[in-house]
Write a protein that binds this ligand. Structure first.
Ligand code: PRP
Ligand code: MN
Ligand code: MG
Length: 179
């Protein structure tokens, strides 16, 4: 972006870590006894969250990735979701956990869920670190949510603004300084 901005911390790295520990316990309970959990990260935004989440899971897991069409460098949802990179592995008859950084309009995760359900997994569950219910355009709710947040433009912990700031260890909100 050409516009100048600063980033204000919204959710600290410590709060994120504590929340992930609690989420991991819930997920372990849900999938207790499974020997075939596939954890699917949606590229690119989920890469930090999935890395931290799987390391808290005391379950046998496989990790796979899928990429859906992106907002690109813009701030608006395209609404029409396409699969740009498919899974490497099979999920039929397996337990699947789809990991997302944020649910905004809901188009991405609802489309990806339908797409994966058509392959007849044994169970499909979804988790998103952040949920912005105020922005929802389709009726979708992840099975687990880390934090519900207001309608702010957030970055960090995997989430970008024009491909920048994914490497921040916390969730911050963008504040434009030219207004
Ligand atoms: C962002 C975010 C979610 C999606 C949420 O991804 O990471 O995947 O948008 O928006 P929605 O609920 O309105 O569909 P983006 O398309 O920017 O790609 P990225 O993960 O590579 O940044
Ligand atoms: Mn994404
Ligand atoms: Mg993005």
């Amino acid at each position: 972006s050409q516009r100048p901005y600063v980033i204000d911390e919204m959710i600290s790295a410590k709060s994120i870590a504590a929340r992930i520990e609690a989420l991991a316990r819930d997920i372990q309970e849900e999938f207790a006894g499974t020997n075939k959990l596939v954890v699917v990260g949606l590229l690119r935004g989920s890469f930090v969250f999935i890395a931290d989440l799987v390391r808290e899971l005391d379950l046998p897991v496989e990790v796979d990735f899928l990429e859906a069409s992106s907002y690109g460098d813009g701030m608006e949802s395209s609404r029409e979701v396409r699969i740009l990179k498919d899974l490497r592995g099979q999920i039929e008859g397996r337990d699947v956990l789809v990991v997302e950084d944020i649910v905004d309009t809901g188009h991405t995760l609802s489309h990806v869920s339908q797409f994966l359900l058509s392959r007849l997994p044994a169970r499909l569950r979804t988790i998103a670190l952040l949920d912005k219910p105020a922005r929802r355009e389709v009726d979708f709710k992840a099975d687990w949510i880390g934090f519900e947040i207001p309608d702010e433009f957030v970055v960090g912990y995997g989430i970008d603004f024009a491909q920048r700031n994914r490497n921040l260890p916390f969730i911050g909100k963008v504040r434009f300084t030219d207004v």
